[in-house]
Design a protein around this ligand. Structure first.
Ligand code: ZN
Length: 344
């Protein structure tokens, strides 16, 4: 039996239930502490595994229910970072301010970071699984550094730690490991040079599928304002895609629907699986299956059908829960519709 066309997955994050954390926030506070919080994270992870399966998705994730934020969740297990001292820093080339921890010494992992949720995921679905980690360049852009004093050195130090965790995730039975690199859309020339080199360090020795997610960010106001200033055509991908096509990364996740990214830029990813964003995370309006099928149809002009994986533009974390659920269903139903239309 051949695999079905257009296997679906989400970029990574899903909203946290109101009993786990504050809702509709990018850096939400947890509602409980200690063992109670751990139990709540586990419950939320199970809940979203079930919801993704019931919606009809093919590749299932943990919805990032156990991390407060997609970057800082990883950093909490890294020695050499002072989490007690957070400083205000402009991130993504000063697009917005964030309170970030400070690197104060040599970096070292204190243990596994995501073993618990990876094992919950593997134990509770028989479908393929995907797990997300922040990419080295994006990590470097989301903290302050008083020790390495060199962005490239710091990125490679993180890449080594990411590689340790990625090997652990692979051993846990995860099928796809994805690195989130929104910073690739900001520091274009650096992404194409040392950004991809650092990713190569992070995937060293892995035999599972590897992916990178490059987007224009969550649907928060600072990102919406930034996008308004990017002009009629967003050509950021044009710099990094040829370098990615030549890289050892297997899959690329990109923003597509409702963006100003010229569709032909997807053609620069020849030889890679392309996770095409067919769900907009910057609007609470839920797509119809037909909307989704039309986006897939348009992408098929530049991506071979066996390499097209419908996905969301970015994570769904800051959205209302019912909206996110509606979008999961639209994603799966739209992919099935497109599959029927092309006779797959
Ligand atoms: Zn994203």
């Amino acid at each position: 039996m051949t695999a079905p066309l257009f296997p679906t997955s989400i970029a990574g994050s899903l909203p946290k239930p109101a009993w786990l954390a504050e809702t509709q926030k990018l850096w939400p506070s947890w509602k409980a502490d200690g063992p109670e919080r751990d139990a709540a994270k586990r419950d939320a992870t199970l809940l979203w595994i079930k919801e993704q399966e019931d919606a009809g998705l093919d590749i299932i994730g943990d919805g990032e229910q156990s991390r407060q934020h997609f970057v800082h969740g990883f950093l909490e297990r890294v020695e050499g970072i002072d989490f007690a001292r957070k400083v205000k820093m402009g991130i993504r080339n000063n697009r917005y301010d964030a309170m970030v921890p400070v690197v104060t010494g040599p970096l070292r992992l204190t243990g596994r970071v995501h073993q618990t949720e990876a094992q919950i995921l593997r134990a509770h679905t028989t479908r393929r699984t995907k797990f997300t980690l922040p990419g080295p360049m994006t990590i470097v852009d989301t903290l302050a550094d008083e020790y390495y004093k060199d962005r490239v050195k710091l990125a490679f130090a993180f890449a080594e730690l990411l590689n340790q965790e990625a090997r652990g995730l692979q051993a846990d039975g995860i099928d796809v490991i994805q690195f989130d690199e929104p910073a690739f859309n900001v520091y274009l020339a650096e992404a194409a040079t040392w950004g991809i080199d650092a990713l190569h360090r992070a995937i060293e020795g892995l035999s599972c599928t590897t992916a990178v997610h490059i987007c224009y960010g969550y649907g928060i106001q600072a990102n919406i304002d930034w996008k308004h200033g990017l002009g009629e055509e967003w050509r950021q991908y044009e710099t990094v895609f040829p370098a990615l096509a030549a890289s050892r990364i297997d899959q690329v996740s990109l923003e597509c629907v409702n963006s100003h990214v010229p569709a032909e830029l997807m053609g620069l990813l020849a030889g890679k699986d392309v996770m095409v964003g067919v769900i907009d995370v910057a609007t609470n309006q839920v797509e119809t299956p037909d909307n989704v099928a039309r986006t897939i149809e348009a992408a098929l002009r530049f991506v071979p059908r066996e390499r097209l994986l419908p996905c969301t533009n970015c994570g769904l974390a800051p959205m209302p829960r019912d909206v996110a659920l509606g979008k999961l269903r639209a994603l799966a139903a739209g992919a099935r519709l497109a599959c029927t239309e092309v006779g797959g």
